[in-house]
Design a protein around this ligand. Structure first.
Ligand SMILES: Nc1ncnc2c1ncn2[C@@H]1O[C@H](COP(=O)(O)OP(=O)(O)OP(=O)(O)O)[C@@H](O)[C@H]1O
Length: 292
């Protein structure tokens, strides 16, 4: 367990974190979500010990736990090869000799760069750099991996590759903290998440709990028909000329639509349940006002 208690951090007059407390269980992927400037990177840097002048307490149950930190900005030496970058980071973590050689080859294979190991990083695509950035963070085999927006600016293939790596980390019992703006990534990868805004945790819990508490399901209906008065209050225009109706009991709303249509000789072309999304939770908790 990682326990964060009353973490606060200011950059001169700018308050980045205000009394953040969280418990993060081991063996899960924990998502950090929030608009620009919410404080996610600051929190991550405190956990990774990159920032040390803060108030509050960071406590790991296992004091000897090793951390791998994947920073938001790619931190590689462009003029060196992938292999030499891995060597460099491995040596920083105290690896040497045959162990360092073995780990370097293992990591190159894990990040799909064995064939390109000799090439200079400056010739790499965004996806290759992101994968190598992760490789440098796991060279010392940490069981706790912190990733700050690791899929920014990459193609779907590299993203899929990184997701598969994360699934493998999870099946090996590793703990991952994953910050992202991409809500569908958090939904797909994480068991639990915290929403941050203006330096505070505004909500946290399991993804299921967050969706249940903050997002209302909807139904989508399209056809030659009207919407009954009792559903029209929560009805808005959907795509392709259909209607989106939010309803706490979507199955009852679907039944109501079918009956109403039958009674009024309408015709339904499409009727679907629209599952609530984490994005709905995000806007419900943080609003839609721009942050810059
Ligand atoms: N080195 C710094 N000096 C001054 N202010 C900073 C510094 N780093 C962050 N801040 C400020 O602290 C606040 C929190 O920033 P932080 O980078 O932690 O947020 P974030 O949620 O990670 O944002 P983003 O999604 O844009 O990466 C912001 O107001 C930011 O401008």
């Amino acid at each position: 367990m990682l326990s964060l208690k009353n973490l606060s951090k200011s950059y001169k007059n700018n308050v980045a974190l205000k009394n953040v407390s969280l418990n993060i269980s081991e063996g899960i992927c924990f998502g950090l979500i929030g608009p620009n400037g919410a404080g996610k990177s600051t929190l991550i840097k405190i956990i990774a010990s990159v920032i040390q002048d803060y108030s509050g307490n960071v406590q790991f149950t296992n004091n000897k736990i090793q951390i791998g930190y994947v920073p938001q900005e790619i931190a590689l030496e462009e003029t060196l090869s992938a292999r030499d970058n891995l060597h460099f980071f491995g040596r920083l973590y105290g690896l040497k000799g045959a162990v360092l050689q073995k780990r370097t080859e293992e990591v190159l294979s894990e990040i799909g760069l064995t064939e390109r190991g000799k090439e200079k990083v400056k010739t790499f695509s965004g996806g290759m750099k992101r994968r190598l950035n992760i490789g440098c963070a796991i060279i010392h085999q940490p069981r706790f991996i912190i990733m700050d927006e690791p899929t920014v600016g990459i193609d779907p293939q590299s993203r899929r590759y990184i997701f598969n790596m994360i699934e493998k980390f999870k099946s090996n019992g590793f703990t991952i903290i994953y910050a992202s703006h991409y809500m569908e990534e958090i939904e797909q990868l994480c068991e639990e998440a915290a929403f941050m805004d203006h330096g505070k945790v505004v909500e946290n819990g399991s993804i299921e709990h967050l969706l249940k508490k903050h997002a209302v399901p909807s139904i989508y209906v399209k056809g030659r028909m009207c919407v009954p008065d009792d559903l029209s209050q929560t009805c808005s225009k959907g795509k392709d000329g259909g209607y989106l109706i939010t309803a706490n009991n979507p199955l009852a709303a679907m039944e109501r639509m079918i009956h109403f249509c039958n009674e009024n000789s309408g015709e339904i072309e499409r009727l679907e349940l629209v599952k609530p999304k984490l994005e709905d939770v995000f806007f419900s908790l943080t609003g839609s006002q721009l942050r810059d």
